[in-house]
Design a protein around this ligand. Structure first.
Ligand code: C5P
Length: 230
């Protein structure tokens, strides 16, 4: 990926998503699609967006192993290059997915990204039934589960990426919760600037609202691209 930024196309209609993607395409490497668009437009939007950059399908699959396996296979078949699943699917499921990833890579590059702890959680708002251990330890344990199963794509916040990168140098770390100093945090809690996330070892960043809701999305995208090239 030339510019390691995915823009989260968090809008409601296909035309709006494609117009936005065309504007920012020169400054980013790919586009993230979630249920908001995929429920309505499915495979067709994946294929149209794929003409402008790599497509990252972020449906965060969490289900029994056979269902997650089929969902990942379908995502590949539809033309995406990245897909998210939850680390808490468990070791048996993650191992099957690692095998699937190896098979799919014989056809073309495809990466499964394992979601650890959402960037909208911090110590104060994490679910009450979670083990009583720091979020950073939770992220580490979930990442270790993914690596031990044979997967290497991890979604975490920029805050954890340095220690993960030291322990798992082979990892591909995708970090949402990215903000320039002047941006609003919105509902994100564990945030970092783009430059700092890359310095700490992030492999690719996910940026949504700071670009999508900007008056001039292309200018905002260009600022994020500049921030990681400095
Ligand atoms: O607008 P913002 O930059 O906060 O968007 C971040 C995007 O990344 C959203 O589409 C959100 O669903 C996604 N995401 C996240 N945290 C994760 C995984 C994905 O914020 N752990």
């Amino acid at each position: 990926m030339k510019i390691p930024i995915f823009v989260a196309l968090d809008v409601d209609c296909k035309n709006e998503a494609l117009t936005l993607a065309k504007k920012v395409a020169p400054y980013v490497g790919g586009f993230k699609l979630g249920p908001r668009l995929l429920i309505k437009y499915g495979e067709s939007i994946i294929q149209e967006v794929a003409k402008l950059g790599e497509v990252f399908v972020d449906n965060k699959y969490h289900d029994i192993p056979s269902t997650v396996y089929s969902a990942v296979q379908s995502t590949f078949d539809a033309g995406a290059t990245y897909v998210t699943i939850h680390a808490s699917n468990g070791h048996e499921c993650l191992k099957k997915l690692a095998q699937l990833e190896r098979e799919l890579n014989k056809q073309r590059f495809f990466k499964i990204l394992v979601v650890t702890v959402l960037t909208s959680f911090d110590e104060n708002n994490k679910p009450s039934n979670w083990q009583d251990k720091p979020l950073s330890d939770q992220v580490y344990d979930l990442a270790r589960e993914a690596f031990s199963a044979g997967l290497s794509g991890i979604v975490c916040s920029g805050v954890e990426v340095k220690s993960l990168k030291e322990k798992f140098p082979q990892g591909f770390f995708v970090t949402p919760g990215i903000r320039l100093a002047e941006n609003s945090a919105d509902d994100q809690k564990r945030i970092l600037t783009p430059g700092e996330a890359i310095r700490r070892g992030a492999s690719a960043l996910v940026v949504g609202r700071p670009i999508v809701k900007a008056q001039q999305p292309e200018e905002a995208a260009s600022r994020f691209a500049q921030a990681i090239s400095m």
